[in-house]
Design a protein around this ligand. Structure first.
Ligand code: ADP
Ligand code: MG
Length: 339
């Protein structure tokens, strides 16, 4: 069998089967946003690592080195946020072609350094090597979290409300604009250009929701928490699999930004499939006790200054069901289709 048939998740399942057994109490290995290592009384050490490879994760022409440095750290901090943690330190693995201008590397380090400073993350080490396969960035971030606050993907309970902390699909729309750039005419009105720049910015400069993660993790009514890296559909399935549950998502409640709605209308795109499947928004996805959901959403908006969107519910029956106007719809390669 080739890797393309096994898939990323299939390979991770094999790794988990090999290395996930017999861990001491309190330790979490392969399968959540961060590894968890019990540290001292009440505190756990968090470890996460994410690899960004030129050609797979980014094209050099689409973002500045400053954006790339920011993004490489941001995607790791997002996993710390998903555990309700505080970042502490980062280790920077750099693979660079010999022809790379030094100024380019300095800008990359500036982008990473600015986000590190803003979040209290100290760069304590790394590794540097010549690369014949383009630019490679391999970040590892350590953080810590109150052990009592850890919310794992397996924490979902039947009846839980499903919620997200950001609008969905902006980053995927930004990526689509970047990929379409060669063929598509840029919009001529200034307002349209502003919308599209905002979407591209969501893609190249993700904002890790560290304060939101800590706030949510501290609430006992929040049961499962992870960050939206692969897209709602894929990331919610992680909770469903880990919690052995199903879910129903109401498409009418998926939060789409005004920028995405206007851009989709102008370009003739369907915004809903982008919102449901588009990756790299780096908001948080959570499930919480239904009795507390409305009050939690109110308090979240009051404390964090932006909404918590309640978009669906977990259920015993397996599978992920989408509904629109109260009727089930099916997610196909070409968008949502009514049965
Ligand atoms: P995330 O998107 O939250 O970073 P991933 O989908 O990348 O999570 O990974 C899921 C889980 O699988 C994580 O716990 C991660 O540490 C683990 N994992 C991924 N690749 C490997 C690997 N090559 N070896 C061991 N564990 C891995
Ligand atoms: Mg994650």
């Amino acid at each position: 069998m080739r890797l393309s048939e096994l898939g990323e998740f299939g390979l991770i399942a094999r790794l988990a089967a090999r290395f996930g057994q017999g861990l001491p109490p309190g330790m979490v290995g392969i399968g959540d946003d961060c590894a968890v290592i019990p540290w001292d009384e009440g505190t756990s050490l968090l470890v996460t690592t994410d690899l960004l490879i030129e050609g797979t994760h980014f094209r050099l022409g689409d973002l500045s080195p400053r954006d790339l440095g920011h993004k490489a750290l941001a995607v790791n901090l997002s996993d710390i946020a998903a555990m309700g943690g505080v970042p502490e330190s980062a280790f920077l693995g750099l693979g660079l072609p010999e022809s790379t201008p030094v100024e380019w590397v300095e800008e990359l380090i500036d982008g990473l350094g600015e986000l590190a400073a803003a979040t209290g993350t100290r760069v304590l080490g790394g590794d540097t090597t010549r690369s014949t396969a383009g630019v490679v960035l391999d970040l590892t971030v350590l953080g810590r979290a109150p052990t009592a606050h850890l919310k794992l993907r397996a924490g979902g309970r039947p009846g839980d409300v499903v919620a997200v902390t950001t609008s969905l699909g902006d980053s995927a729309a930004g990526l689509r604009l970047l990929l379409d750039q060669a063929s598509a005419r840029p919009p001529d009105e200034a307002a349209a250009a502003t919308d599209e720049l905002a979407l591209i910015r969501r893609h190249v400069r993700p904002h890790p929701q560290l304060a939101e993660g800590r706030w949510l993790a501290s609430r006992p009514e929040v049961h499962a928490l992870l960050d939206l890296s692969d897209g709602l559909d894929s990331d919610l399935r992680q909770i469903l699999q880990a919690s052995s549950l199903g879910a129903t998502i109401e498409l009418d409640r998926l939060p789409c930004s005004a920028e995405l709605s206007r851009c989709a209308a102008r370009r003739g795109w369907d915004a809903l499939p982008l919102a449901a499947t588009g990756g790299e928004d780096y908001g948080l996805l959570l499930t919480l006790a239904p009795a507390a959901a409305t009050e939690t959403a109110r308090a979240f908006a009051a404390d964090l200054g932006h909404p918590l969107h309640l978009i669906g519910q977990l259920q015993e029956a397996p599978g992920l069901v989408y509904r629109q106007a109260g009727r089930p719809v099916e997610l196909t390669d070409r968008g949502f289709a009514h049965f």
